[in-house]
Write a protein of this length. Structure first.
Length: 544
């Protein structure tokens, strides 16, 4: 049995804690198909080409398993195979893992076809594993055009001219494509450096970003949401920089936008500050967390009305569906999150959502770019209307997830170190939230509920995505939050009371003081560290 955390051991028994303990440990039967050495030995014995010595299995690399709807997990097994000579080849196999209670009687049988040929199948009953050649990836329809310089030039020119009035006369002489990120069959992001004739206007873009998607809805939603934001004062970049939306080309499912200048992301800065662990590093990080809060508050108050409305109730329903799928695959987990979900749904009913605002949808530090004193937001694929707590809650959850996962294996194995890191991340997240709530209305109770949703989903993913090598950060963050909102008793009542006193001090400070601090940051005016401490409630406020 593999348990990555004893987070729940100190909690008193209750229907909620007893249920969550079911999720704390991965069973051996689920870990079996992830043991490369065991799978490799089984393949060496069961595959005729390996057993005869005609070919040699040199390595077996296993990509993380994922629970599918049929109560079975699927993953990719990449084999490195040597033939009679010095040459090696790789073969990707799709592995389907069946949990013990769903297995029927099976007798090992040698494959009827050559290894890797169409129709080749192999069952390894002792592991509950069935293998077959991995189906080829379905390429994105726009990839041939996007990666060919001449074809891309023509497509970009036509798309931008048709979509953006300011560039109706655009004539691109050359373009250089560069793939930034690519997930075959799902999405791809490319950067293009554009060249023009000598007489071209200086306002024409010299660099653009193109994104293509498997689903038309993703790219169209991103483009139209960005276009709506671009029509507001946010386009000036005074508070936050946004990419200029340039085109959506429906035939190829391609969205084109301008670049957002960046030296690093806020995620990078967060990791660097935690590694340095110095007052100066944290002071720099805090200043950009405040800028991010100001930028998000401005986006939420932009007045844009676009996109589907997303609710927390829909997200609770998704957790019910997700847990039901997991219970079917692992019956011993039945009821694991039911009591907690009921409690969280009751808290949500008692604390109604704020009115919907334009919402990023997946806001996290990776999507906040830093360029000198300025910040920018990217990746509006999930732009929607929702209560402001969605973006704020998911951002805070991401801060903690990034910070905990940045620990080394040695650090993460020590419970005290993990808790100290979580306390530091709580303080960083509080700076973001304290400034946001002074710049725009928000319910802290709803922010906590969106965090709870994120952490509980992570705890389920510990099983659904089978993550034995990762420490159970989802459970640690979830329990810490549940202690903060009163579902579980606080770990340290004195510390909880001290934080409550700070919150009372903050509430007594006028929002204009926070706005003035943010204004100074954005204007590049030096700010005093003591002022920030006061605004966070660490010292008694001087009410003006």
């Amino acid at each position: 049995m593999t348990s990555s955390s004893r987070t729940l051991d100190s909690l008193p028994d209750s229907e909620i804690s007893v249920g969550l303990r079911k999720l704390d440990t991965l069973p051996e039967w689920l870990l079996a198909p992830l043991q490369a050495k065991t799978v490799r030995a089984a393949l060496a014995e069961a595959v005729p080409e390996f057993a005869s010595g005609a070919q040699t299995l040199k390595a077996c690399k296993i990509k993380r398993m994922l629970l599918k709807d049929a109560g079975r997990w699927a993953g990719t097994y990449t084999l490195t195979i040597a033939g009679s000579g010095d040459e090696t080849r790789t073969l990707a196999l799709r592995g389907t893992f069946t949990p013990p209670h769903l297995r029927g009687a099976a007798t090992p049988a040698a494959p009827a076809r050559p290894l890797g040929a169409e129709g080749w199948r192999l069952a390894l009953p002792a592991l509950g594993l069935e293998l077959e050649p991995e189906p080829p990836e379905t390429d994105l329809i726009a990839m041939p055009q996007l990666t060919d310089a001449d074809a891309a030039r023509a497509m970009l020119e036509a798309g931008i001219r048709a979509s953006t009035r300011a560039y109706a006369e655009l004539r691109i002489a050359s373009c250089q494509p560069e793939i930034i990120s690519y997930k075959p069959g799902s999405r791809c992001t490319l950067r293009y450096r554009l060249g023009y004739a000598e007489a071209a206007p200086p306002t024409w873009p010299t660099e653009v970003i193109a994104k293509t998607y498997r689903k038309d809805s993703k790219g169209r939603n991103a483009y139209e949401g960005m276009a709506a934001l671009w029509a507001t004062p946010l386009a000036s970049g005074a508070t936050v920089t946004l990419a200029e939306p340039l085109a959506y080309i429906p035939e190829q499912k391609v969205m084109v936008q301008g670049p957002v200048a960046a030296e690093q992301s806020l995620e990078d800065l967060l990791k660097d500050a935690l590694k340095a662990d110095t007052p100066a590093a944290y002071a720099e990080l805090h200043s950009y967390m405040i800028r991010a809060a100001a930028g998000l508050a401005a986006l939420h108050q932009s007045g844009v009305q676009y996109g589907a409305t997303i609710s927390l109730g829909e997200r609770w329903a998704e957790l019910h569906d997700l847990s039901g799928k997991l219970y079917a695959a692992a019956p011993e987990l039945r009821g694991a999150i039911d009591a907690l979900l009921a409690r969280l749904e009751a808290l949500a009913a008692a604390n109604p959502a704020d009115a919907p605002v334009p919402t990023h949808g997946t806001f996290n530090p990776e999507q906040v770019l830093i360029n000198g004193p300025h910040i920018g937001f990217i990746d509006f694929d999930d732009f929607c209307m929702a209560e402001p707590a969605l973006d704020v809650g998911l951002f805070i959850a991401a801060i903690k997830d990034i910070g905990l996962n940045a620990l080394s294996d040695e650090q993460a194995s020590d419970a005290a170190t993990r808790r100290a890191r979580l306390a530091r991340l709580d303080a960083i997240a509080e700076i973001f939230l304290a400034f946001y709530e002074k710049l725009a209305p928000i319910s802290r109770e709803r922010v906590a509920l969106w965090q709870a949703w994120s952490y509980l989903r992570d705890a389920l993913h510990f099983w659904i995505k089978v993550k034995p090598a990762e420490h159970d950060n989802g459970m640690l963050m979830l329990v810490d939050l549940l202690q903060q909102i009163g579902v579980f008793p606080p770990a340290d009542p004195a510390e909880a009371e001290a934080e409550a006193q700070k919150a009372r001090r903050r509430r007594s400070i006028p929002g204009t003081r926070y706005a003035a601090y943010v204004g100074a940051l954005l204007a590049g005016i030096a700010v005093n560290a003591g002022d920030l401490a006061e605004l966070l409630g660490d010292v008694l406020p001087l009410i003006s």
